[in-house]
Write a protein of this length. Structure first.
Length: 234
């Protein structure tokens, strides 16, 4: 690929690109194996990234703060609490008239399982430096996972659907809605006993850029780019 194309591709993306694994219809419940593979790998990586923050013990993402708070109050695992929160969010879709897809339902189940499976395997770092590096790696995994499952095009995650539904209902900017939801669940989770700290800041600052870069990388697999490369080589 020409250097100019690499520079263009690796700029942070501003929208979700189509790839060869992207589903043609978001509401299909019979995805191609390429689409299903991208979705499942992406969701597992996302959950593993969240687990790295939990294992580091220095603060987690706002929605995981809420799940931790629910875990503290109920005795459930953080993964099962994440599942419960996701189901509650899906119930809020009903008055918003949002429609879940296969990817939405997979998001609810697989991220929760990934968190519970991977967190015990990642526990143990005592050095704060190692914990910080672990959280940075967690942001990268969340970004990579998001790039895969978003481009699978099988429906938004529960929280994304809530965000877009509230935005459509209120007419507020998507940024304002996202910030309001994140702040609300962060405060609620903290009051319930969730962990807020350096990790929360690292996640908030880094996750947007990580997702944008990941989407730029998967844009390498865009059919349009592949066709352009074929033309360039002729």
């Amino acid at each position: 690929m020409p250097v100019g194309n690499w520079v263009s591709v690796l700029r942070p993306a501003r929208k979700i690109p189509l790839t060869f694994w992207s589903a043609d219809a978001p509401l299909t419940f019979r995805p191609r194996w390429q689409t299903l593979s991208a979705l499942l790998v992406g969701l597992w990586l996302f959950g593993t990234g969240e687990a790295m923050f939990i294992a580091a013990g220095l603060g987690v993402s706002p929605w995981t703060v809420l799940a931790q708070g629910v875990s503290v109050q109920t005795g459930w695992t953080v993964g099962f609490s994440t599942f419960a929160v996701s189901v509650a969010v899906l119930l809020l879709w009903i008055p918003l008239k949002e429609i879940p897809g296969f990817g939405t339902l997979s998001n609810v189940v697989l991220i929760a399982i990934s968190i519970d499976v991977m967190t015990p395997l990642l526990m143990g770092p005592e050095s704060n430096m190692i914990r910080c590096l672990q959280m940075i790696a967690g942001v990268a995994l969340v970004g990579a996972g998001s790039g895969l499952y978003l481009t699978a095009n099988l429906g938004p995650g529960p929280r994304d659907g809530l965000m877009t539904g509230v935005q459509r209902l209120t007419g507020w900017s998507i940024g304002a809605v996202r910030a309001g939801l994140e702040l609300t669940v962060l405060c609620a989770g903290w009051m319930l006993g969730g962990t807020v700290g350096l990790g929360t800041v690292i996640f908030a600052v880094g996750v947007g850029y990580a997702v944008a870069v990941s989407l730029s990388v998967v844009r390498l697999f865009s059919p349009d780019l592949q066709n352009q490369n074929t033309l360039d080589s002729n």
